[in-house]
Design a protein around this ligand. Structure first.
Ligand code: PLP
Ligand code: ZN
Length: 381
């Protein structure tokens, strides 16, 4: 089963017991990262032969007793070629990792599946989450399946469907007159009042573990030779940090060679705190005032894991690109008409960002590029 041994603060190095419920490092205000014993081999081919979505990779996931796993079919999303769009951009090797195939229509399912399963193993049965929208829908669905109580704090002007799916699954919906950071404050308050476990992005250690499996799936899909460039729409940075962690784990396991992808973070010009920090060389991400974008999942004015996001992009020799809502809309239409993919605005932002990188010659025509579509466009109709 799981090779989990402890949790570690990446800033001060302090170890935390993974048999206890943990949140984050209070001294450093930093996320905790799960550390596994990877010293003895794990057979990657045996994992490839299994079924069960993200849970095929159970050795590098935190749940010890599989009876606690809450499974709705998350993971093993397709890698889709978009030849017409690739050709128009002069690219030879472009694909989309299509996360809309996950339960609840976005990759948030991966993270919430793991966070809830592990917390349940440690005795939790009540959860709270602040969300721009999709994480709330995912929490509600997994809580329904697991038989847990769930509270969702969401901006009043979040996509309608996000509100509907939370209510449909029987979770408590709390609408907030502000953005995800205000939702975060109110969720934390409820958590301290009634003991609901707070599964806010990076405030607990295991959502990132669920999302890191995207990196493992990519490695397997490319026969253990990672792509050259990964383009990722960044909100809280869970997937970006998670995949970078997965690559380090796979290297330790001897599954991949030293070739690692350049990680590209894409945000909206209406909320681009990570891109600004990448451009100025800052070590921390400053709060973005008056955040506004139609790509709701990117409307994250601050990032709790800012140091980890910036390190991952820089260590990988990656970069950041900001794209306008108009560019996002155009890319969304193009993906629907020329590739048959009804992507979410965040996913379309990846394509819009890639176009800028091709224009500036940051990418070579023959490089192997993966765009992330993080969710279904159906959730925004
Ligand atoms: C949450 C979300 C994002 C941002 O994800 P992070 O991994 O937290 O950066 C992107 N797209 C969609 C559709 C989302 O719901
Ligand atoms: Zn610390």
């Amino acid at each position: 089963m799981s090779r989990l041994v402890y949790l570690e603060c990446p800033e001060c190095g302090e170890r935390h017991d993974s048999d206890q419920l943990q949140t984050y490092c209070l001294n450093c205000e930093s996320p905790l990262l799960a550390r596994y014993d990877l010293s003895s081999p794990i057979d990657r081919n045996a994992i490839s032969a299994r079924t069960g979505g993200i849970w095929r990779w159970r050795e590098v996931l935190p749940v010890q007793d599989e009876s606690f796993i809450v499974y709705l079919g998350e993971g093993d999303t397709p890698l889709v070629r978009i030849p017409k769009i690739s050709a128009a951009m002069g690219l030879e090797n472009l694909s989309v990792k299509d996360e809309s195939a996950n339960p609840t229509g976005t990759f948030k399912a991966r993270g919430l599946a793991v966070a809830l399963s592990k917390a349940a193993e440690l005795g939790v049965d009540k959860f709270v989450i602040p969300t721009a929208g999709n994480a709330g829908g995912a929490l509600a669905a997994y809580a329904a399946k697991g038989g847990f109580e769930a509270h969702v704090f969401m901006p009043q002007d979040a996509p309608l469907l996000n509100k509907m799916e939370v209510k449909a699954a029987g979770a408590h919906l709390h609408l907030v007159d502000g953005l995800i950071d205000l939702a975060g404050e109110q969720a934390a308050k409820l958590s301290s009042q009634n003991g609901c476990f707070n599964v806010s992005t990076f405030k607990e250690p295991y959502r990132v573990e669920g999302k890191k499996i995207m990196g493992y799936e990519l490695a397997q899909a490319f026969d253990w030779h990672l792509p050259d460039v990964i383009v990722y729409p960044t909100g809280g940075g869970t997937g970006l940090v998670g995949m970078w962690k997965a690559f380090a784990e796979m290297r330790e396991l001897g599954w991949i060679d030293s070739h690692l992808p350049r990680m590209v973070s894409v945000q909206s010009t209406g909320c681009a705190p990570v891109i600004r920090a990448l451009e100025t060389g800052a070590e921390r991400v400053d709060y973005w005032e008056n955040a506004s974008t139609y790509a709701a999942g990117l409307r994250t004015p601050g990032a709790f894991a800012d140091r980890l996001i910036l390190r991952a992009v820089r260590e990988s020799d990656g970069t950041g690109v900001a794209v306008s809502d108009d560019e996002i809309r155009r890319a969304q239409v193009q993906l629907a008409r020329e590739a048959g993919l009804l992507v979410c605005p965040e996913g379309a932002a990846s394509l819009a960002g890639l176009k800028k990188l091709v224009e500036s010659d940051w990418i070579r025509a023959d490089e192997n590029i993966v765009l992330f579509n993080t969710g279904s466009g159906l959730k925004y109709l």
